[in-house]
Design a binder for this molecule. Structure first.
Ligand code: CU
Ligand code: CU
Length: 332
């Protein structure tokens, strides 16, 4: 271990092909206490790189349905101005497995990183009861339109305290929420963020709906991320590909909450998609790659032309190799 001390992520990444397989496990070794397991796993890594890492080959923690509540959002409800939509969020410190064998002391909303998907229809009255059960002061800051005293910046909620956020949901689109206590960088990279969907008054066409919140974890505390993913653990959707059907539009509500790195990206193999930035207008770009800074988000709509297995991943290859990759299994 001592020879690893002080080695930064970038130094680990710099270099040739073997790093493709070695990088995630170098991160695990640095995370401490799991060296044996890391070595064991490293010995079983395919040498060919991520192309081979599907299913059992992919080193993701958890079971096949563990991320269902973060992947599949609650259903959209019809427009009904004034209807109350209630959610409860509890901030709690919790250790979570962010890559196989790597446990991270996260700060969470409701025990997961990202936190739960919050969904409302435009003109609903959104009411979010927040309780702080953690050891640090926190808030919830929503993106969107709301009064100044609901902004989650000045109303710091101390451990043991509660606060109720209440405002009409608008404008429609894909948004996000996150803690806005200081130091902001820390409260975000520890895990306090999630997706916030507001549906338009005129419902979107039917689709298979997914949520992807881009995240990363600095497991060795050096201010650089060791693992990347969407919706939590590294390599999860490589181990458990997302099943979709060719006859149905796939709609992805995507947001970037990655800390430390300036941008993140989404790239789809084998097809193009419509990308609606922020999801708040009808205008879209037709492409296979988008990039997002932290806080940027939008809606992706894919009509797959072909069946089969198609990869999606960050187009920063470094992020891909550290866990931000997955597959769609497109069936007829
Ligand atoms: Cu916080
Ligand atoms: Cu923000």
């Amino acid at each position: 271990m001592s020879k690893d001390r002080g080695v930064t992520r970038r130094q680990l990444i710099v270099g040739a092909a073997p790093v493709v397989a070695a990088a995630p496990f170098a991160g695990m070794a640095l995370a401490g206490g799991r060296t044996q397991e890391a070595r064991h796993l490293a010995g079983h890594r395919p040498a060919a790189g991520h192309a081979a890492m599907i299913g059992e080959e992919a080193p993701a923690p958890g079971g096949p349905n563990d991320l269902d509540s973060l992947t599949y959002p609650p259903e959209a409800l019809p427009h009904q101005p004034g209807r109350v939509r209630e959610y409860s969020l509890l901030a709690e410190d919790k250790e979570i497995e962010v890559a196989k064998g790597v446990v991270y002391p996260a700060w969470t909303y409701n025990g997961t990183v990202p936190g739960p998907v919050i969904r409302a229809t435009e003109d609903d009255l959104l009411r979010v009861a927040f309780a702080n059960g953690s050891s640090h002061p926190h808030t919830i800051h929503f993106h969107g339109i709301h009064p100044a005293n609901m902004d989650g910046v000045f109303e710091i909620v101390n451990p043991g305290d509660t606060f109720t956020y209440e405002f009409p949901a608008r404008p429609y689109g894909m948004h996000l929420y996150h803690c806005h206590a200081t130091p902001l960088k820390k409260h975000i990279h520890k895990g306090l963020y999630g997706a916030f969907i507001i549906d338009p008054p005129e419902p979107r066409p039917p689709a298979k709906e997914l949520v992807m919140v881009m995240n990363a974890f600095d497991t060795d505390g050096d201010g650089e991320n060791n693992f990347y993913a969407v919706n939590g653990p590294a390599f999860y959707y490589a181990r458990y590909p997302i099943k979709v059907s060719r006859s149905q539009t796939v709609r992805i509500y995507i947001a970037n909450l990655t800390e430390f790195d300036l941008i993140n990206s989404f790239h789809l193999h084998g097809d193009f998609f419509r990308y609606y930035p922020t999801g708040s207008t009808d205008s879209f770009e037709y492409t296979d790659t988008i990039m997002l800074c932290q806080g940027q988000r939008g809606i992706i709509e894919i009509d797959f032309a072909n069946t089969g297995r198609f990869m999606f991943h960050a187009h920063q290859s470094e992020f891909t190799e550290l866990g931000w990759m997955g597959f769609f299994e497109v069936e007829e």
